[in-house]
Design a protein around this ligand. Structure first.
Ligand code: S3P
Length: 186
């Protein structure tokens, strides 16, 4: 996607939404980026967990994915109405059509990596419902990525290749790509 298609919506809040598959580094680079910008850091999964009173794994097991997706949508909308936040979204945030519209109105950043790298970072992925029972985590991630990659790319204003880069490098690269009104104090 080019920048022309992603000029900020007139009603856009200046939130930075981090998207990408599990293991892409959203929760790793989110907090230092927020701290640097003087923004709040929001972990959407944590907010869903708090509001539903269970862990993500329990929500999937006890209530089902649909209930999880509904709450994910509600929490995303709630936070996108506020400002000056770095929001780490769950990897599946893009599967709900409504969320795409919401993400396009924010400064959405896709953290891209190959399934092999994601698998290395995730490890066995015990707490990740979508990896449950996978014989090969890399293979499962490749299947999910194939479905979601076009959606990540469609709603991202910035795409960051994360392969082989440490968190500090990624934060610096991302800062350099952010609109100057965000990185320059008023
Ligand atoms: C999911 C990713 C998870 C979490 C839930 C569903 C997904 O978040 O929201 O298990 O559908 O990819 P992370 O991407 O932070 O692991």
């Amino acid at each position: 996607m080019n920048d022309e298609n992603h000029t900020l919506h007139p009603f856009a809040a200046n939130n930075i939404c981090l998207i990408g598959l599990m293991g892409s580094g959203k929760s790793t680079i989110g907090p230092p980026l927020a701290e640097h910008l003087g923004y709040d850091f929001i972990d959407l999964d944590e907010e869903i967990s708090k509001s539903m009173g269970r862990s993500i794994r329990e929500i999937f097991e006890q209530l089902g994915e649909e209930k999880f997706r509904t709450e994910e949508r509600n929490q995303l909308r709630r936070f996108c109405q506020q400002e000056r936040q770095v929001i780490a979204c769950g990897g599946g945030v893009v599967v709900t059509a409504d969320n795409l519209e919401c993400l396009r109105r924010q400064i959405t950043v896709y953290l891209a990596a190959s399934p092999e790298t994601l698998a290395d970072r995730v490890g066995v992925g015990e707490d990740r419902p979508l990896l449950k029972g996978a014989v090969s985590v890399a293979h499962r991630l490749a299947t999910i990525l194939k479905e979601r990659e076009p959606l990540y790319r469609d709603c991202a204003r910035i795409i960051l290749a994360t392969e082989g880069k440490d968190p500090a490098t990624l934060v610096n690269e991302l800062k350099a790509k952010l609109p100057t009104e965000i990185t320059t104090p008023a």
